[in-house]
Design a protein around this ligand. Structure first.
Ligand code: IPE
Ligand code: IPE
Ligand code: MG
Length: 266
């Protein structure tokens, strides 16, 4: 695929690796594609325990599923995907497991960030900025900076992310602005609130995918997913591949959304 770079020069984007079976994405009309897909990548621990391996092996195996999901998202032409990598509640785990998950996230960026960059992906970090150790925080910031002018798919990596945390921060900011007199209380609206989220330019989530058979949101993108369609699969995250992603998207494309109206919208 070729595009014209900012300098006006023709840049050739490397191709995404195809699925080993040669499978191609289903044809979904552009207006039926979800504009933003959010993925709760769950089941690494159970995947490992089922093989008699330590939980850390599950987190390591989960990396290739992320790479696979990004490839699948690029192939089908998604605009925005957010992946839940580490929650504000995951600090409750064993320190050794926390260390492993965070190390694996950094390694994922070091190993694949350049390839995503070259394919036009814009990488963002959503989450608290004050608790991660510098090697990981620095790597996340570096890839945000490096890819910020990319105009291809947006990949938001949610690390030390919790929706309540994000909502409380937005509320606190609004309170501060009202107190300082820069915002009138009567101007506190849904839209103004949304503008104070971590990444206000991202679309609302249209489709939430959760693996591992659990059917809950676990504090992920609660505001953004207010009207999202939900897709649950029993597949454990390390076994997830792009065919699962495409199945979820095809299912989404055939659903009727109402947004409170009596008839389907869109
Ligand atoms: C998801 O897999 C990864 C993180 C939450 C960091 P889990 O580690 O939650 O796997 P299970 O749910 O215990 O199987
Ligand atoms: C949600 O999974 C968080 C991530 C996928 C990063 P968890 O495994 O932490 O969620 P619960 O505890 O089962 O709700
Ligand atoms: Mg879990």
């Amino acid at each position: 695929m070729a595009y014209v770079g900012e300098s006006g020069s023709r840049v050739v984007r490397p191709l995404t690796k195809p699925h080993p079976s040669g499978a191609r994405p289903p044809t979904v009309a552009a207006e039926r594609l979800p504009r933003h897909v959010a993925v709760i990548m769950d089941g690494n621990g159970r995947w490992a325990l089922g093989r008699g391996l330590p939980r850390s092996a599950g987190h390591e195996a989960g990396v290739s599923a992320i790479v696979e999901a990004v490839d699948g998202a690029l192939e089908i032409g998604l605009g925005q995907i957010s992946v839940f990598a580490f929650s504000t509640e995951n600090w409750r785990r064993d320190p050794g497991e926390v260390e492993c998950v965070l190390r694996v996230i950094r390694q994922l960026l070091l190993d694949h960030g350049e390839s995503w960059y070259a394919r036009g992906v814009r990488i963002r970090w959503s989450g608290r900025r004050d608790r991660l150790t510098e090697p990981l925080a620095g790597t996340l910031r570096e890839y945000e900076r490096r890819t910020r002018d990319n105009d291809g798919m947006s990949l938001t990596v949610c690390v030390d992310y919790g929706s309540r945390d994000e909502l409380v921060a937005a509320a606190a900011q609004l309170c501060e602005e009202v107190r300082a007199g820069t915002l009138a209380l009567t101007d506190v609206t849904d839209a103004e609130f949304g503008r104070r989220l971590f990444h206000p330019d991202l679309f609302d989530v249209d489709l939430v995918i959760r693996t591992s058979g659990e059917q809950r949101l676990s504090n992920f993108l609660l505001w953004q997913s207010a009207y999202a369609e939900l897709f649950f699969t029993d597949v454990l995250w390390p076994d997830f591949d792009r065919l699962d992603l495409w199945r979820a998207i095809e299912g989404y494309a055939s659903r009727t959304r109402r947004f409170g109206a009596a008839r389907g919208v869109g």
